[in-house]
Design a protein around this ligand. Sequence first.
Ligand SMILES: [Zn+2]
Length: 147
Amino acid sequence: MGKWALNRCECGHSFGTMGNSSMSCSRCGSSKSRIVKNFDDAQSLSDAVSMSNMPKEIAEDIGEKLSSYNRRPQKATSSHSNASKLIRAMRDATGDDGQLTLKSLSVVLDRMEISETSAEKLIGQAEFEGKLLREGPDSWSWLQQSS
Ligand SMILES: [Zn+2]
């Protein structure tokens, strides 16, 4: 049994208590509350209290926001490193003559085990962004050398 407890009052209000502190409700003052759950630390208890007192829809909404917030930084980091990985792949695939071909890019993508995009898509995107200029049916050259 942890020393921090989440109490639920008959009025529906939830509040936290510590150790032997008074169990009367912090909203209506009633002592007819019961311990719902025990916690080992104050932070977990305080989280549980605020979640309990939140209307269900809001709690779910916030839970969703929190989880997408937690996901986001990771996602951003990996897509950022992906972008530079893809640029590197395209640089690698560029021959000494400065020409990039679908075939050379496919080979590099394969070698780098990049499967989330294709050489066609990558070149199409780079062309659209003005990084590449089409030189022939299957050859592109770099328009700008800075990434
Ligand atoms: Zn109460």
